[in-house]
Design a protein around this ligand. Structure first.
Ligand code: B12
Ligand SMILES: *[C@@H]1O[C@H](CO)[C@@H](O)[C@H](O)[C@H]1NC(C)=O
Ligand SMILES: *[C@@H]1O[C@H](CO)[C@@H](O)[C@H](O)[C@H]1NC(C)=O
Length: 154
């Protein structure tokens, strides 16, 4: 009887350990990303690094950087269709009259730079991504080509 109880107890314990280890392996830790503020008009870059939650959104990482340093500030404007639109970074604001805006780019681990097809509230950086916020004009000759291609494909 005692032996049977012991056997039951140990098999229960085993099942518990199995279940808890399966759960633990589902919990994935935060991972590092970098953020480069690339001001192509003033020609100066600023780089920040932070840890982003597993599959966390870029906006969360940007808020985290903003909270931890006095040298990164940004503002957004809520768009009813697409969520937060990045308006200004470090006091430099995009302006429809000047055709300027902050472009969102991501340099992947393999070196390829992509232009995400969603904004900061939807983009989920990959581990070790370098996010590039690039102040630029949207009516530059090359822009038209790049933008049109991207918009057509989405
Ligand atoms: C023109 C345009 C822009 C212009 C808008 C400036 C202007 N005043 O014209 C510029 C070049 C600034 C732009 C930028 C971006 N855009 Co854009 N844009 C468009 C486009 C082609 C037309 C929008 C439009 O004029 N609609 C007509 C007007 C009357 O309606 P509206 O509601 O007033 O339009 C405003 C919003 O669309 C807003 N807007 C434009 N793009 C974006 C993107 C985001 C994330 C937000 C929140 C708002 C927003 O600006 C418009 C003018 O004020 C659409 C695609 C389409 N054909 O609809 C993509 C589109 C809206 N853009 C898109 C994206 C992804 C971006 C960028 C994130 C690209 C990038 N990687 O940098 C950036 C925004 C970065 C940031 N700072 O937050 C996506 C949004 C998808 C999504 N679910 O998030 C779309 C749908 C294209 C696509 N790839 O599928 N964009
Ligand atoms: C700024 O960053 C961009 C994007 O990573 C890069 O192409 C450019 O050479 C950098 N400029 C300077 C001055 O470091
Ligand atoms: C890098 O990875 C992206 C996405 O996984 C892929 O689309 C791209 O072709 C890759 N580039 C290179 C140079 O391998």
């Amino acid at each position: 009887m005692a032996l049977r109880l012991l056997a039951l107890q140990s098999s229960l314990l085993f099942a518990f350990q199995l279940a808890s280890s399966a759960c633990n392996s589902d919990i994935k830790g935060p991972y590092p990303i970098s953020l480069v503020v690339y001001n192509s008009i003033k020609g100066k870059n600023l780089t920040y690094t932070t840890e982003i939650a597993y599959r966390g959104i870029l906006l969360g990482a940007m808020k985290k950087i903003q909270a931890s340093t006095s040298t990164f500030r940004f503002t957004t404007k809520e768009d009813s269709n697409y969520g937060p639109f990045l308006v200004s970074v470090n006091g430099v604001a995009g302006n429809p009259a000047d055709h300027t805006y902050w472009e969102l780019l991501a340099k992947l681990k393999n070196g390829t730079t992509i232009r995400p097809d969603v904004g900061v509230g939807c983009y989920i950086p990959n581990p070790h991504d370098t996010i590039i916020l690039k102040f630029r004009k949207w009516d530059q000759e090359e822009d038209h080509v790049v933008c049109n291609l991207l918009y057509v494909s989405c």
